[in-house]
Design a protein around this ligand. Structure first.
Ligand code: AKG
Ligand code: FE2
Length: 246
């Protein structure tokens, strides 16, 4: 009988589940919620795998639906060249030519931000506000007016920049799904060091606001083949960034 190999008394000395070939982290040391620096809060694994998959499939559906519109998912030309990430706007769209946020053009409206996304954004900021006093004043009145969906193909990134188009000083709330990435958070004056490099994995949330609202930041590395099974993306990374515009 099998039980003869596993005397009952052994149970008292068990140290935990036996790692198997299939455990990515045999001894998962949970990455703790962290105030990286005043105004910057990293919430690892904020989204469940089901939520990640839902965000990705919703983003896909919107990308299909808006494929012929100015705010469709596409690479944008900026001063320094063409961005390697693909961007799609929901809610409001930053019009690079007219240099202002628009809600549509003619009879075409920028699609509304899905309610599920809005709910997630509020939940993220609420949690971040509990950890960081500089974010707390923004929690109650936060209006999720613009959502930028960025798709990063393998090997892409985003240069250091400031999110400076919004009149509001409300925090920026962001979600990461798919391949892991290094988010570089610099200072508010220029792109120079010191930086905090934050490792964002699939399901993580990040908030920057308060004294860190105007930091230079960007994506300096994407790690191929790190997207977890079930997140909805086989390769590359999706970032959704929520902003209050005015
Ligand atoms: O991909 C990210 O985590 C950052 C995206 C970003 O900085 C932006 O969309 O302005
Ligand atoms: Fe940004």
């Amino acid at each position: 009988m099998r039980s003869s190999y596993f005397p009952v008394s052994l149970g008292a000395f068990r140290l935990g589940p036996v790692p198997t070939l299939f455990d990515a982290h045999p001894n998962p040391a949970r990455r703790p919620d962290r105030v990286v620096r005043e105004g910057i809060v990293h919430l690892p694994a904020f989204l469940t795998m089901e939520q990640q998959e839902q965000v990705v499939s919703t983003a896909r559906e919107y990308a299909r639906r808006t494929a012929s519109l100015p705010w469709r998912m596409r690479q944008r030309r900026v001063k320094s060249g063409t961005m390697s990430a693909h961007l799609m706007s929901l809610g409001e769209h930053w019009d690079y030519e007219r240099h202002r946020y628009i809600r549509g053009e003619g009879s075409q409206a920028v699609p509304a931000i899905p309610e599920t996304f809005v709910g997630i954004a509020h939940a993220v900021l609420r949690m971040a506000g509990e950890l960081d006093e500089s974010l707390a004043p923004w929690v109650a009145g936060f209006r999720v007016e613009a959502a930028l969906v960025n798709y990063y193909p393998p090997g892409s990134g985003m240069g250091l920049h400031q999110d400076g188009y919004e009149d509001s000083g409300a925090p920026v709330v962001s979600l990461s799904i798919g391949d892991s990435a290094v988010f570089r958070a610099g200072g508010t004056i220029d792109r120079n060091k010191p930086w905090d490099d934050i490792y964002l994995e699939s399901g993580d949330a990040l908030v920057f606001g308060g004294p860190a609202r105007d930091i230079f930041h960007g994506i300096v590395r994407l790690d191929d083949n790190t997207a977890p099974m079930g997140c909805g993306l086989r390769q590359g990374r999706i970032n959704v960034t929520f902003r209050q515009v005015r």
